[in-house]
Write a protein that binds this ligand. Structure first.
Ligand SMILES: [Zn+2]
Length: 338
């Protein structure tokens, strides 16, 4: 089959590789209904994460099961499934505590920017729908697999609840999904920090009540202004830089909570600032598996349309253009037709 392989930073190709096959009795093989490019795929693409050997890219997926290993019990060929980018058994103590992304058997999904993919730990990872959903819901269900699940976790970790005042730092796909999540969780006020017009527009569509285009000290001052000098109950940190973390901490009220899902690069904390600031923090790789049944249900009911985050659709053969478009921020998120 033709699939996406990263050879070295900047060198992404759609090329012939062997079809995936069952390697362990707990595996499943799926035929993808669609795939996409993640912001985190840009780290190795940009050379900010080492590429030691050609990598099969792609960890966001949904599709039809075509084959299962001998020990797979909960999914069967013909079913439409969605899974998380973290593969988990869903039975170990961490999974049962709701932190499937720290599963004792955790692996990270790869190879999903392709027509077929192998999903290890299929029973614990995949959630099947009752029926094969209509094609128009595929982008929404694909978004659940990572980008919505991660934005949702940011809001959940930030303890967003009915009536909350929320600040979302970051207007990438995950930040926009964080806005949608905060809205669904009943936040009264959702302030999206964004400098880009197309992203501001989408943030409003997803439920943002205010937009703050300023950053740094000016941005913090605007948030203080908008919250009567108090700060936000919940802050979603969806970037992962030192500047964005400082902004998130400064926008949070004493006793407020920061949910952080941007993978930190060059971030450090001042212990005394945290101590006297009285800030709560929870983050990490999102335990998307915990949220999958609920989020899939919201999509199938037509309550939410997270697939709107895909603003560029390309055939798999043009995957290199997809990476370029996201790298140059010409596209928020690229969907790949496989
Ligand atoms: Zn587990």
């Amino acid at each position: 089959m033709l699939a996406t392989v990263l050879h070295k930073p900047g060198d992404i190709r759609c090329e012939e590789i062997a079809d995936p096959k069952i390697l362990r009795p707990t595996d499943a093989i799926i035929k993808l209904s669609a795939s996409c490019i993640c912001g985190s795929d840009l780290w190795p693409y940009r050379g900010l994460q080492p590429v030691n050997a050609p990598q099969h890219m792609g960890h966001e997926y949904c599709g039809i099961v075509v084959e299962v290993g001998a020990e797979v019990r909960t999914v069967r060929p013909g079913q439409f499934v969605v899974g998380s980018f973290c593969l988990s058994d869903n039975t170990c103590p961490h999974c049962r505590f709701g932190f499937q992304s720290s599963c004792e058997q955790r692996e990270f999904m790869s190879g999903a920017q392709a027509p077929y993919a192998r999903v290890p730990l299929a029973d614990g990872t995949l959630v099947a729908t009752a029926e094969v959903p209509p094609a128009e819901l595929v982008p929404d269900l694909l978004a659940v697999s990572d980008v919505l699940g991660t934005g949702w976790y940011a809001a959940d970790a930030a303890e967003v609840r009915e009536g909350s005042t929320v600040v979302v730092v970051g207007d990438g796909a995950v930040g926009l999904m964080g806005v949608l999540a905060a809205k669904e969780m009943g936040a009264a006020r959702i302030i999206a920090m964004s400098r880009h017009e197309s992203r501001q527009k989408l943030a409003r569509e997803f439920g943002a009540t205010d937009i703050v285009a300023e950053r740094g000290e000016e941005g913090i001052a605007r948030i203080k202004d908008l919250t009567g000098g108090v700060g936000a109950d919940s802050v979603l940190e969806c970037v992962g830089t030192g500047e964005s973390f400082d902004q998130a901490l400064a926008c949070s009220r004493p006793g407020g909570t920061i949910g952080y899902v941007g993978v930190p690069h060059g971030v450090s904390f001042d212990g005394q600032k945290l101590f006297f600031g009285q800030k709560r923090m929870l983050g990490g790789p999102a335990p998307v598996r915990r949220f999958l049944p609920d989020l899939m249900d919201r999509v199938l009911q037509g309550r939410i349309k997270p697939g709107k985050v895909f603003d560029l659709k390309l055939p798999l053969a043009e995957v290199a253009e997809g990476y370029r478009a996201m790298d140059e921020r010409r596209a928020i998120k690229v969907m790949l037709e496989v």
